[in-house]
Design a protein around this ligand. Structure first.
Ligand code: UT7
Length: 333
């Protein structure tokens, strides 16, 4: 029997209309455009405004767009995996909510939580269901309404994050294209540096946790920065080595968009020139699980069948990882 690979056969992103630029943030906290751009590369981010809207609304918009674009009916989907760090609620899962909103029926649907590495964890998990022949059409969606957990009085975090979503369709490929190799890592010792302190079973919501602003993202930037630079570069280099890929072989680096300086360090270690690095941090900021599919969406028209892509991410947990895949189609945008 021919080997089955899991290949991306469609991609769609979604970002809300409202643009929060650095100038507007200057009015909220003691910051400035020069600091934000030089330290992070971010110029603006998108925010989901309005009542009663959560990450599932971002994810549903991306998935509905994907279904339309790929001429796929909701009832054809076998599995939907949602990566998110900002679920609509602790349960039911955001995947279940999205599956219901798109009319997918009683399909297998579940969430994966690996913070900013969530999309890679979800893609890797989804690919196993394809490779084993279990399922034929799988959707992976990364969606985060980061504005729901960002403290807009904290200048060290509020400049970093934005809202957005991206969804991919995964299908079997018999030509050797699609996911080739995966490295996923974690270090729970890093948990203290990047977390949402309250709202779970350890510290359920109370007047005390709300007064202490513990339902917002907390980040001690420098240790996270140091770990991110080392870990993202390590796994990207490792996946190249064990697949005998030279820098020339790599068509694109698709990095998580947390900080341009982390991305630059990764591409330097890989020896990959900046013309091959997907970068859209300036317009969306860090959308957590949305960054990698939003990059693929933005660059889709330039991707060619057979291109070698290295995806890399680092996030809370700590979690990090890299996926090597061969792009499976010429653009049909
Ligand atoms: O995606 C999940 C993983 N997350 C990441 O990968 C993020 C990793 N960390 C980072 O990207 C960086 O650490 C930050 C962008 C968060 C911060 O950059 P930094 O170069 O590490 O700055 P810093 O925290 O060392 O702060 C330097 C100075 C401080 O002032 P003093 O103490 O030197 O007077 C900060 O108070 O910059 C100050 N500062 C700001 N100034 C203007 C911090 N935030 C701001 C701000 N505007 N928004």
């Amino acid at each position: 029997m021919k080997k089955i690979n899991a290949a991306i056969t469609g991609i769609k992103g979604y970002v809300p209309d409202y643009v929060l630029d650095n100038k507007e943030l200057e009015k909220l906290v003691d910051t400035n455009d020069e600091w934000i751009v030089s330290r992070t590369g971010i110029k603006e981010r998108r925010i989901l405004k309005g009542e009663n809207k959560g990450s599932s609304d971002l994810g549903t918009a991306a998935v509905n767009g994907l279904l339309k674009k790929t001429n796929t009916l909701p009832e054809e989907i076998d599995l939907l995996i949602c990566a998110t760090a900002t679920p609509d609620m602790l349960f039911p899962s955001t995947a279940c909510l999205i599956a219901n909103k798109i009319g997918a029926g009683n399909i297998c649907a579940f969430d994966i939580m690996a913070a900013c590495s969530g999309f890679l964890y979800a893609l890797s998990t989804a690919s196993k269901f394809i490779e084993t022949g279990t399922y034929k059409k799988v959707i992976v969606v990364g969606c985060d309404k980061m504005s729901s957990i960002v403290d807009y009085t904290d200048r060290t975090t509020c400049v970093l994050f934005g809202d957005g979503a991206g969804a991919i369709l995964l299908e079997p490929n018999f030509e050797g294209l699609g996911v080739q190799d995966t490295i996923l890592r974690s270090d729970g010792g890093g948990g203290e540096f990047l977390r949402q302190k309250a709202g779970g079973s350890l510290h359920p919501a109370s007047h005390k946790t709300i007064d202490a602003r513990e339902h917002f993202v907390y980040q001690d930037g420098q240790p996270v920065f140091k770990a991110a630079v080392k870990s993202m570069a390590d796994v990207s280099e490792e996946i190249m080595k064990r697949n005998d890929l030279t820098a020339d072989d790599v068509a694109w680096l698709v990095p998580h968009q947390a900080n341009k300086r982390i991305i630059d360090a990764t591409s330097r270690r890989m020896g990959v020139g900046e013309e091959k690095v997907m970068l859209n941090i300036e317009k969306y900021g860090n959308t957590t699980t949305g960054t990698i599919p939003l990059c693929l969406w933005d660059w889709e028209s330039q991707l060619k069948k057979g291109d070698n892509l290295v995806l890399a991410a680092f996030g809370g947990g700590f979690t990090w990882g890299s996926i090597y895949l061969k792009w499976a189609y010429d653009s049909k945008k």
